[in-house]
Ligand binder design. Structure first.
Ligand code: G3I
Length: 377
């Protein structure tokens, strides 16, 4: 005969199970930071199409947000005026939906990875202001419109401002002046009124750039345009940024009334001091100096990297009321663009997951830091 469990005991047991589950220590960055910010990563073609099975496993287990490393850039998604190429972007968005991940669109208006037809006529002259406006509108309407309701937010404009605060002399600027930025935000909002809209840039810790971005936020808002967050790419190295300046920028953007997103976080472990004019010489000695850890990262170098990562992550945690997402630029070390920049063919160690797809100790440390913060609150 089956014995029935009294309801009161069943409820008590269920409560206990729930309580234990709540107290179970987080084992991944996304769990540890779940009450703070999203933890994201950028997907390459191998991950989007599932060829990189180890990488896909890391994504599913550790991240709750994704962004396209390349496939949504205008050159990739809109190679000719009358031809779009949505396959990879569609697959990325499906992957996000299948796995319950927040998807960010990267990027609508960027001077790089930009097909020539977008800004130049067949004879090589710059397009007129009216033509460029029409093309921007077509592009943004088609791309944002296609993923309406499925992409949480867009990097609307990427890298338009220089470190000294001046505008980059891109074809967009040459043709439309500063106006191309509000136009891009306007077109994106019209294409998906519910999507969040971001301005995204690197080296955001430079005072000139910081002030210009704060000014830009104000100008967009004054015109009644939507801007939800500023993306601080956060490509860091062993000697940059100055963390005090980095923190000032987070504070300045938050004070300007937007959220902050760390959108392309990585930290090169390689010596930046060697990067410069010497690269052009390309001699064997220089190559070896520029790629000192071709086989593995020595313990001392890892320690230094770990320490700087810890400093960066602690700043992000300290500002978690203002930061809504921290996205790493790539899944594992082998995927990082830094293996080919600023010198091709180097071996860098810039991400929290190694070439073997194992979590580095910084992952456990970050989880611990989240718990420490929780305990101190
Ligand atoms: O797609 C071609 C492929 O057909 C060809 O065989 C191969 C040979 O080199 O090149 C492939 O294109 C490369 C592309 O990445 C896809 O792998 C380009 O050469 C290469 O320049 C491109 O680099 C990307 C770079 O942006 C330029 O778009 C990096 O992967 C990507 O990590 C990087 O990401 C940018 C952000 O979008 C904006 N912020 C800076 C960040 C780092 O540069």
């Amino acid at each position: 005969m089956k014995s029935r469990i009294p309801l009161s005991i069943a409820i008590a047991a269920a409560t206990l199970v729930t309580a234990c589950a709540q107290q179970r220590p987080a084992t991944t960055m996304k769990e540890a930071a779940r009450d703070r910010f999203l933890i994201g990563t950028a997907l390459n073609e191998g991950q989007i199409w599932g060829r990189d099975t180890a990488g896909v496993r890391v994504v599913r287990e550790n991240f709750n947000a994704i962004v396209a490393e390349n496939c949504m850039k205008s050159e990739a998604i809109h190679p000719e005026r009358d031809r779009y190429s949505f396959d990879s972007a569609d697959r990325l968005v499906e992957f996000g939906q299948e796995n319950g991940l927040t998807v960010t669109g990267h990027t609508l208006i960027w001077h790089s990875q930009l097909p020539r037809w977008f800004v130049y006529n067949d004879d090589g002259s710059l397009r007129s202001a009216d033509e460029l406006k029409a093309i921007m509108k077509e592009h943004i309407t088609a791309v944002v419109g296609r993923y309406k309701g499925r992409i949480k937010g867009w990097d609307v404009v990427n890298e338009a401002i220089m470190e000294d605060g001046s505008y980059r002399r891109s074809p967009f600027y040459e043709i439309l002046g500063e106006e191309f930025i509000p136009l891009a935000f306007q077109y994106a909002h019209e294409a998906d009124p519910d999507a969040e809209l971001y301005y995204n840039d690197y080296n955001m810790w430079f005072e000139g750039k910081r002030n210009a971005v704060v000014k830009l936020i104000g100008e967009l808002r004054e015109r009644g345009l939507r801007i939800d967050a500023v993306g601080m790419q956060s490509h860091m190295g062993m000697s940059h940024p100055d963390f005090a300046e980095y923190e000032k920028s987070i504070e300045a953007f938050a004070a300007a009334g937007v959220k902050v997103m760390v959108t392309e976080f990585d930290m090169s472990a390689l010596p930046t001091a060697y990067v410069g004019a010497d690269i052009a010489a390309g001699n064997a000695e220089a190559s070896q100096a520029l790629n000192p850890y071709a086989d593995s990262l020595p313990a001392e170098a890892y320690e230094a990297w770990h320490k700087r990562m810890e400093q960066a992550l602690s700043i992000m945690l300290r500002h978690s009321d203002d930061i809504t997402r921290v996205t790493f630029w790539g899944v594992s070390d082998g995927d990082s663009w830094l293996n080919n920049f600023p010198v091709r063919g180097r071996t860098d160690y810039a991400l929290p997951f190694g070439r073997d797809h194992r979590a580095k100790p910084i992952v456990a440390r970050f989880i611990e830091m989240c718990a420490e913060k929780q305990n101190n609150e």
